[in-house]
Design a protein around this ligand. Structure first.
Ligand code: NDP
Ligand code: 2IT
Length: 452
């Protein structure tokens, strides 16, 4: 067989697995995209000839480095850090940094791959990247987190820059960590540029960046429901996670008249039949961001609620579901339970929270299902707007940013509808729509560059 003969989908996935041994998350993310792209490019010879999907699924580079730091007891600790620069065809690499003990090269490669399509969907000029370390910030003092962030940046600074690669937050990386990393970058380079997003408002951050991912996921949900002449008001909503994305999704659901029944963390979920009101969401933000506590404490604070240890919330009957914690937190069985309980729509606040089997269950049931690369793009969109503000050395007003965020989410929804039609399906296939619309933009830029 000549090297560039077309392989079928199974052969392609087989090759991805063979070239990336022990990287199941990466293979899963590529498969989810390839299932739609193979069909789309069937009659498009150029995409085959130039091996576009094969090239997008091979990161431009993966940098891995040692991160040493000293804990409060004087012990020397050694972690591993990475930056995956997946594709910069439509703009500088852009994507978050994750600090969590579960971080591996596979996880960051899947996230950087997904980010490439997500960023293309926003319509802003951003390529795809992701980074992180297998560092566990839980239980660490402020000083330990600071020393870790500084040591991480001592190596990362060589690979990033406002026009090269612009990291931001993700799991375990919020305003505090971005502050420490930006401070170290500035010290090392003697440069004040928009090299990170999610910065504090005092030093170049953008209004509504903190809220944008959770709010955006709910705007996307609202757009999907509107296609069925439905809305969020009066709906019962199940949300997982209790971090940045989950709490702001809960906040927006409350503002739009829905009732949030659950939130969770890695130890279990809380169920509050009275609804997790805005006042309660504020209490959780304080618990998580200031006291760095656990979600189980909620059940002790609010009578009538309960904490269910070691379980995810998908068994609680609901109209709408927003997985906002982490990858593969919603299995095929969970998806069948949700569908069986009459759930009408799912909007992924997290990246790849639904397993491939779960995605197929939602597609087959023809419920409204928004994949993370479309639904959670609000965060990186406002990051893109933060980059523009930094370049122009101005700060836009909140109203303007809110309007832009809603517009961008509506634009992504429209792109998914444009490319997500499926014969015999009564609803848009948002997975297919997002994959094809994101792919097309990056692929066409790559064709323009020739073979590089
Ligand atoms: P946070 O660190 O603020 O919160 C993460 C939440 O998810 C916590 O409640 C955490 O619980 C839970 N969680 C993390 N890992 C696991 C796990 N292995 N099993 C069960 N629960 C877990 O992160 P974010 O809210 O920022 O991120 C949540 C998701 O949203 C991620 O998938 C992220 O990639 C995605 N995302 C984030 C964006 C952003 O702007 N921040 C943008 C787009 C997507 P615990 O405290 O117990 O670890
Ligand atoms: O997954 C994501 O889109 C993020 N963690 C946000 C990335 C960013 O650059 O704001």
């Amino acid at each position: 067989m000549a090297v560039n003969d077309h392989v079928d989908l199974a052969g392609f996935i087989e090759g991805v697995k063979r070239r990336n041994p022990g990287q199941p998350e990466f293979a899963q993310a590529v498969q989810e995209v390839a299932e739609d792209i193979f069909d789309f490019i069937q009659d498009k010879e150029e995409y085959h000839r130039y091996q576009i999907l094969r090239r997008i699924a091979e990161p431009d580079r993966v940098v891995s480095f040692r991160v040493c730091w000293e804990d409060d007891n004087g012990n020397i600790r050694v972690q591993r850090g990475w930056r995956v620069q997946n594709n910069n065809s439509i703009g500088p690499y852009k994507g978050g940094i994750r600090f969590h003990p579960s971080v591996t090269e596979s996880v960051l490669k899947f996230l950087a791959f997904e980010q490439t399509f997500k960023n293309a969907l926003t319509g802003l000029p951003m390529g795809g990247g992701k980074g992180g370390a297998n560092f566990n910030p839980k239980g660490k003092s402020d000083n330990e987190v600071m020393r870790f962030c500084q040591s991480f940046m001592n190596e990362l600074y060589r690979y990033i820059g406002a026009d090269i690669d612009v990291p931001a937050g993700d799991i375990g990386v919020g305003g505090r960590e971005i502050g420490y990393m930006f401070g170290q970058y500035k010290r090392l380079t003697n440069e004040f540029t928009g090299v990170l997003t999610g910065k504090g408002l005092e030093y170049g951050g953008s209004l509504i960046r903190t809220e944008a991912t959770g709010y955006g996921a709910v705007y996307f949900l609202r757009n999907m429901l509107a296609t069925q002449k439905d809305g969020i008001e009066g709906k019962k909503v199940v949300i997982s996670g209790s971090g940045n994305v989950a709490t702001h999704a809960a906040e927006k659901i409350n503002q739009l008249g829905g009732k949030v029944l659950t939130l969770s963390d890695s130890e279990g979920f809380i169920y509050d039949p009275a609804g997790i009101s805005q006042e309660k969401v504020n209490w959780i933000k304080e618990l998580k961001n200031k006291r760095r506590g656990r979600i189980s404490e909620y059940a002790k604070e609010f009578t009538g609620s309960e904490f269910v240890s070691g379980k995810t919330p998908w068994g609680v009957p609901c109209d709408l579901a927003l997985p906002c914690a982490t990858q593969n937190e919603l299995t095929g069985d969970d998806a069948r339970t949700l569908v069986g309980n009459g759930c009408k729509a799912v909007s992924e606040g997290a990246n790849m929270p639904t397993t491939l089997e779960g995605v197929h269950v939602f597609k087959d049931a023809q419920i409204l299902f928004a994949p993370g690369k479309a639904a959670n793009a609000g965060g990186v969109s406002v990051s893109g707007l933060e980059m523009s503000q930094n370049s122009a050395r101005i700060s836009w007003k909140e109203e303007e940013l809110q309007r832009l965020l809603e517009d961008i989410m509506a634009g992504i929804h429209a792109s998914c509808v444009e490319y997500g039609g499926r014969p015999g399906s009564k609803v848009t296939d948002y997975v297919r729509g997002a994959n094809i619309a994101g792919f097309k933009k990056v692929a066409d830029a790559m064709l323009a560059f020739g073979v590089v």
